[in-house]
Structures are given as structure tokens and as C-alpha cells.
Design a protein around this ligand. Structure first.
Ligand SMILES: [Zn+2]
Length: 226
């Protein structure tokens, strides 16, 4: 979803969770993040954003302008699932599409390219995390562990890859993981799911984790090396 303010477009990421109000903030990449209860229609969310546009849009602009310097030129490579992905500008309007290690975006400037990339990245991330959540939950249950089907919150975090609130069945996952190999992302899911059984990093915790995901240490090392 996106909204327009004074002729500029802003990417919006909506997360559905059990919250009373509509919550709104600007992320470190300049995109706008909204959390709202499942029953709130998108139209109402959009109205809420528009009501706050005067505050939210300039904040987003400031962050995006600051990032322009490192923004995505034609030919820039960004890390994507552990491999370099080359950004290619399309002069004609087209949907953002990935073919192998090339991502084609409709853009004439780094700002437009970054906008297209963030929109695409957010959608890819939601789809991948949904899949991995299902896969991880099923692996634990197949092994005989009673774990909840976690509600996943996607966050942009600087200091951790994930966290688990065992009591409420909630797992937070860092969107920056999309830069790393799939096996490493899967490792974070298994790590956080293991916290449903052990709320610590004891030997018992690692015994479960390594049994269910034998490649854990190898992939975890990749997250620590950069
Ligand atoms: Zn942990």
C-alpha cells in the first residue's frame, strides 16, 4: 500500500495484529509502518495516515533524503538472500521484477529506485517469513513439541535478528535478514521457536535447536561474520 502527499508517494507497510488503535511510525528506511487490528479496513487506515501526513511525510522525506547518498544507482549491487543482486533501471513503466541476480525497477533516479526496491523487499519479506513460520511450526509439532503458531512481527532492528515473546506467542523478526542466506533466516526462526520451550540459552535450549535444525551453527556464523 502507499499514500500520496503533496504529489509524493510513500510506501506503507501494514501489519495486522491485536491492537486497540491504529499505530503509525516512520521506519529507519523512511517507509511508513502501520499496525492495526485485522478488522480495520484499509480505507480507514489510509484516512488515519492522511490525518497525520503533515507530521509523518516530512519525517519520511528527511530519512529518505539522508539515504540518497547511498541510494540505488543503476547497476548498484545489494545483498539479497546471501548473494549480490544488481539493480537495473527500466526507462519504461514496469512492475519490479527479479530475474536471477538482476532486479529490474521502473526508475530514473536513485530515490525512485529505492522506493521501488523497498516496496518489493517488503512484499518478498512478508511472503517468505509467512512460509518459514509455517515450515518451522510444523517441524516442531512433527517432532512432538507443543508450540503455538507464532504471530510474526517484521521490524527493522539494529541490535538483534529476532526475539520471542513466549507468553503471547509472538515472534519479532528483523527485515534486514533478507540480505542473508535462506538457511540463516531459517536458523533465526528455529532459534526463536525454541524459545517457546526454553526462555534462555541453556544447554537444553541448544540441544533442541541443533536436533531440529542441524545446520544451525554453520548458518548462525554467517550472521555474526558481518
Ligand atoms: Zn535467543
Amino acid at each position: 500500500m502507499e499514500f500520496t502527499y503533496q504529489g509524493r508517494r510513500y510506501p506503507v507497510m501494514i501489519e495486522r495484529k491485536r491492537v486497540k488503535n491504529i499505530n503509525l511510525h516512520v521506519r529507519t528506511d523512511g517507509s511508513i509502518y502501520v499496525s492495526a487490528a485485522p478488522h480495520v479496513p484499509e480505507r480507514v487506515i489510509l484516512e488515519f495516515i492522511e490525518k497525520n501526513a503533515e507530521r509523518i511525510a516530512p519525517a519520511s522525506d528527511r530519512i529518505r533524503e539522508k539515504r540518497q547518498k547511498q541510494a540505488l544507482s543503476d547497476g548498484t549491487q545489494v545483498p539479497w538472500l546471501g548473494k549480490p543482486l544488481t539493480i537495473r533501471y527500466s526507462p519504461r513503466p514496469c512492475p519490479t521484477v527479479r530475474e536471477g541476480d538482476v532486479l529490474t525497477v521502473f526508475a530514473r533516479t536513485p530515490g525512485e529506485a529505492e522506493y521501488a526496491f523497498i516496496q518489493w523487499r517488503n512484499a518478498e519479506c512478508v511472503a517468505l517469513f509467512r512460509e518459514l513460520n509455517k515450515e518451522t511450526c510444523e517441524a516442531f509439532r512433527a517432532a512432538g513439541y507443543q508450540v503455538p503458531y507464532a504471530r510474526i512481527e517484521i521490524k527493522d532492528m539494529t541490535s538483534r535478528w529476532g526475539s520471542c515473546t513466549a507468553k503471547s506467542g509472538r515472534i519479532s523478526m528483523n527485515i534486514r535478514l533478507m540480505q542473508y542466506p535462506l538457511g540463516s533466516i531459517r536458523g533465526v526462526f528455529f532459534h526463536e521457536y525454541t524459545h517457546f520451550l526454553h526462555q534462555n540459552h541453556s544447554a537444553a535450549f541448544y540441544a533442541v535447536l541443533r536436533r531440529l535444525y542441524p545446520d544451525y551453527d554453520r548458518y548462525d556464523a554467517l550472521l555474526r561474520s558481518t
